[in-house]
Design a protein around this ligand. Structure first.
Ligand code: 1HE
Length: 263
């Protein structure tokens, strides 16, 4: 608890540790977890100082919605230079979520819109409750995405679907969102946190090098040209198999001690 007190977190964030899982809650339900600078910078401080024994992070929202996105009240009188700096601040913080010390599971419900979707898209796994809906209302507000959606959302659902979302204000509800790849898991009503904890248990059981490779290396491989990408893949494969933990896991399988696929 002392560790987190040093962070001077705003009331709009709550934090809880359950063994090796860190739970981060957006806690501004009266404003539908709209993300102001204070909240965003609080998230940054958390990700800057995550203790080494945390293996998985779960990000969720309090109240009826995950997040209504950027706090539009703070957007009003900004000029272009300040606008760039603000967007770059979002990039910095959201990058810390994507490239932090542990995989992040987003537990989504209600509105996941605008900057809320940008946060969710930086997470490594998305779990959605049946009432979840996704939108990029920036198009309707006369603005543009600025928190990384232009890069991350097309990777999930493709350029055409994102363009449509912004041109027409299209809303994707949970089931359709799962079908198009915006989320990986559709949870039963009331069960999304349980689903996330179950996934967290599996992730925490992996070799640390595997989780590192998946969160830090794979996205760079995907972004690189094919030649460089294949070399990076080989380097990562060689480093991973060289770890004592990998050798042990292989022996466990060959000697019948490891679970089979699907068990
Ligand atoms: C807000 C915000 C906000 C709610 N900034 N205050 N995001 C949007 O364009 C989404 C705007 N919000 C909505 O469409 C709706 O609020 C919701 C569908 C998310 C939720 O509806 P509902 O009926 O549950 O709540 P509400 O009555 O609309 O809102 C409750 C309060 O939250 C109300 O304030 P109040 O003082 O009148 O009670 C709202 O004004 C306030 N509120 N959303 C500020 N977003 C890095 S660039 C990213 C760019 C973007 O994210 S743009 C997309 C912004």
């Amino acid at each position: 608890p002392d560790h987190w007190q040093h962070l001077n977190l705003p009331d709009s964030l709550e934090i809880k540790v359950e063994q090796d899982i860190l739970l981060i809650g957006l806690n501004r339900p009266a404003k539908r977890n709209a993300i102001n600078d204070e909240l965003l910078l609080g998230i940054e401080r958390i990700f800057d100082l995550i203790p080494g024994d945390i293996r998985v992070i779960i990000l969720y929202g309090q109240g009826k919605h995950f997040s209504a996105g950027l706090d539009l009240a703070e957007l009003q009188e900004r000029n272009a230079v300040a606008g760039i700096q603000h967007s770059r601040m979002w990039h910095r913080v959201v990058d810390k979520i994507q490239f932090g010390p542990a995989p992040v599971i987003a537990v989504l419900h209600g509105a996941v819109v605008g900057g809320g979707l940008e946060l969710a898209a930086a997470c490594h796994i998305r779990v959605a409750a049946p009432d979840t809906f996704f939108a990029l209302p920036e198009g309707q507000r006369g603005i543009f995405v600025g928190g990384g959606a232009a890069v991350r959302v097309p990777k999930l659902i493709g350029l055409a679907r994102m363009t449509d979302m912004m041109l027409t204000g299209r809303v994707y509800r949970a089931e359709e969102a799962e079908r198009i790849g915006l989320v990986q898991y559709l949870a039963e009503e009331g069960a999304s946190m349980d689903t996330a904890r179950e996934l967290a248990g599996k992730i925490a059981g992996n070799a640390p090098m595997t989780n590192y490779a998946l969160t830090h290396v794979l996205p760079r491989i995907v972004d690189a040209g094919q030649d460089q990408a294949l070399v990076m893949e080989s380097l990562m494969a060689a480093i991973a198999q060289d770890a004592p933990e990998a050798k042990q896991r292989l022996r466990d399988f060959l000697e019948g001690r490891a679970k089979k696929v699907g068990e």
